[in-house]
Each structure stands twice: as C-alpha cells, then as structure tokens.
Design a protein around this ligand. Structure first.
Ligand code: AMP
Length: 399
C-alpha cells in the first residue's frame, strides 16, 4: 500500500510516500516558497535527487502537481502512475474538541476544520489549502485528516479547564487542547510495546518528553493522555527554541505598557524571540547552545539549565498527577540525540526510582532502554514517527 503523507504550511509542504505496514518511505521531500516563486526538493531512499530546484508554485495545487510529477517520473519516479497512491493523509494542527480521532475528509470534516481556524489561525488555513489542493489534483482519492490535538481529548476536565470565567470555556472553547498529539500517540504505543503492556495498558503510567524545537510533555495513563503541557495554543508549557512556555500573564501587560507594543508585536516576541533563544541571545538550536556553554557563555548555560529544570519539574508534576510513573520516554530532536541533555533532565529524579545508566544513555536516534537494571522506572529513547501514525490512520480509514 502507498500512502502520501502531507504536512502543509502556509508557504511550504512536506511530503512522504510511505508503506503504512512496514513504515518504509519510498520518496519524500519539500515544496518551499509556495505563493512566492517555488522550490522543489525530492529524495529517494534518503538520497537527494532534486535539490531546491525552482518550479513555479503560485498555489499549493502546483506544489502537489510537482510532487506527483516527480513520483511518477520515468527516470527517478517510484510509482508507475497516480493510481498506485491508495490515499492521502494530512497533518492538521487543530481539531478543537470536535475531533477525538482522525477522520475521512468530506464536506463536514472540512467545515469542522474551518470552524477551528480561530483556534489554529496560523496552521489550519494552510492544512485546509493542502487538502483542497489534493482534491483538485487527485479528485476522488480518499483523504484523511489527522489532528495534532486528537490524542489529548481524553484529558479529564480538571486538566483541561483554565481557571478563567467559565463562560469563556462554554462560549469560546477556551481550554487546554495540547499538541504533538500524533507523536505522543506513537510513543504511547511503542512504550507500551516495550513494557510488554500493549494488550493490557490498564494501570500503566508513562511520561513522554517530546523535546525538539517545539517541546511538550504528556502524561499517559492506561495508554491515554491525561495531561499535557501545551494549551489552547502551542506557546504554553516548558520553554522551547523560541517560544516562552508558561509565563505570568502580568508580564504581557507590563511590557506592552512599558514599550508601547501592540498585541501582534507582543505575541511575536513570545513566539519567536523567547525560549532558549531569548535567554541565551545565542541561538534556538540546542547544539549551538551546548557549544556556547562549553566556551564559557553564561547565558547559554542559563538557557539550558532553565530548559532542563522546567522539563524535570513537569516530569515531577506528572508523576504526582498519575500517582507514580512506570516509564519516562525521550523523543524528538533533543530527546533522541541529546545525550548530555537527557542526563541533565534526569539529574535529581532518582527519588522517583529513575536511574539513568550513563553507558546505555550514550545513544542517538534509535530505540533504547537507558535506565539501569535496578531502576524501578524504565527510561527509554524512542525516535518519534508522526508520519507513520498518519499513514496508518489513513490506510485504516481509507479501507
Ligand atoms: P526537532 O524540532 O525535533 O527537529 O528538534 C530540533 C532540535 O534538536 C534542535 O534544537 C537541535 O539542536 C536538536 N538536536 C539535534 N541533534 C542534536 C544533538 N546531537 N544534540 C543535541 N541536540 C540536538
């Protein structure tokens, strides 16, 4: 089976052609600068065949056409014709409280995604454009929407409600939604399998740390999300590459009145200029920060210390929320590759019964148990695979 997985942004579109049963990716790539000029990248078996070549992409429809042309190309294509694509799966950012799982795209599904635009104003319009571009270029092909928020819809009310006047929840849907849900769901499944509990998840307590440029933690009890650090939007929780994470709302009023910022400028600071970039003034990239710290940069050290401290605190909070923890998982760019970063997060969590094995922890980018044999909490590295989750959901619903 061939599933085309699409992640459409406002001016970009990532794609992968994938077998949902084996996870094998036959081709993948990126369309950039859509609506500006257009650049097209195409890789087969991980090797770049077309590298940021200019191709006119006035809209997402031309980008999808370029993807299909490359996939069926006589020389470097991986399929004979478009008919060999069984279905298309789309990553959609915000499903509000409406979508608790993935859905086959029809008019009602598109309308519901449209209604969630106020909640995901940057991403949902682009996701919808990606869906409509596929409908135009591949009419009749089954399409599935997979929501970043869906996995979190099992949270209890005490976890998702904000302590604001209740009418904002009732009338305006203000609540915690959470993101990275497809990644957290993939990790939940893999962690349960590694614990030998995929068939009987009842009673299991897993904390997943998705640490990348965007970061969130998820408390997973009985295989289901019971809490997560991101909120109405992806700005909340632990500090990130450029996002501030949880801050006191008073700061917003204080800085806006002191500097005369309007709300757009203020939100730009919180989203793009804060996080570890904001503290360090060096970079949002953790490798740059580690290098700067090693050469004596105190603010880079502070940014990293803050990130590890808040991550450790969130792990403690989720252990308290679930009444214990069986497994802690590290995933995404920093979680999968940052050997020293994982050790620094885990430092001081021994009281929970979690002991890291320094030799086992010296691993990058592959599934591994990194705790000692006598650690009562198992600590794992599990590389995330959101695309595989999207492809699996798409295959199941398209059937
Ligand atoms: P992601 O958003 O999941 O792609 O993660 C991107 C982040 O992962 C960047 O901040 C990278 O610096 C970080 N990262 C990737 N490789 C490493 C590594 N070997 N050590 C530390 N951080 C890394």
């Amino acid at each position: 089976m061939n599933i085309l997985v699409i992640n459409a942004g406002s001016s970009s579109l990532k794609y992968q052609l994938m077998d949902p049963d084996t996870g094998a990716v036959s081709a993948k790539g990126l369309c950039e600068r859509i609506g500006i000029d257009g650049k097209f990248t195409y890789k087969v078996d991980g090797k770049t065949v077309i590298d940021a070549e200019p191709i006119a992409m006035p809209t997402h429809a031309e980008a999808i056409e370029a993807v299909l042309a490359a996939l069926v190309n006589a020389k470097h294509g991986v399929i004979g014709s478009m008919d060999e694509i069984d279905a298309v799966g789309h990553r959609v950012l915000h499903g509000g409280a409406k979508f608790t799982k993935s859905c086959l795209v029809d008019e009602a599904c598109k309308q519901a995604i449209r209604e969630c635009i106020p909640l995901g104003p940057l991403h949902n319009p682009a996701n919808l454009i990606g869906i409509e571009a596929c409908e135009k270029v591949m009419p009749g092909k089954p399409q599935v929407a997979v929501f970043d928020t869906a996995f979190h819809m099992t949270m209890p009310a005490e976890a998702y409600i904000y302590a604001l006047p209740y009418e904002y929840y009732e009338k305006d849907q203000v609540r915690r939604y959470g993101f990275h849900g497809t990644s957290h769901r993939y990790i939940a499944e893999r962690a349960l399998a590694l614990l030998g509990r995929e068939k009987n998840p009842e009673g299991t307590k897993i904390i997943n740390c998705h640490l990348g440029n965007g970061s969130s933690l998820c408390a997973i009890k009985d295989g289901k999300c019971v809490d997560t650090t991101m909120g109405l939007g992806p700005l909340a929780g632990i500090p990130m590459g450029t996002r501030c994470g949880d801050i006191d709302g008073t700061i917003i009023e204080y800085l806006m009145s002191r500097y005369g910022y309007d709300i757009k400028e203020m939100m730009n600071i919180l989203n793009k200029k804060s996080g570890v970039l904001g503290i360090s003034g060096v970079s949002s990239d953790f490798r740059d920060l580690e290098a700067a710290e090693q050469s004596g940069n105190e603010r880079a050290k502070l940014a990293l210390d803050k990130f590890f401290y808040e991550t450790r605190k969130a792990i403690g909070a989720y252990a308290a929320a679930m009444g214990g923890v069986d497994a802690i998982v590290f995933t995404a760019g920093v979680g999968e590759n940052g050997v020293a970063n994982r050790a620094r997060v885990m430092k001081g969590l021994e009281y929970l019964g979690a002991k890291l094995d320094p030799e086992r922890n010296n691993t990058r980018g592959k599934e591994a148990l990194i705790s000692t044999d006598d650690s009562t909490v198992k600590v794992f590295v599990i590389p995330t695979n959101e695309e595989l989750m999207i492809a699996k959901d798409t295959a199941a619903l398209a059937k």
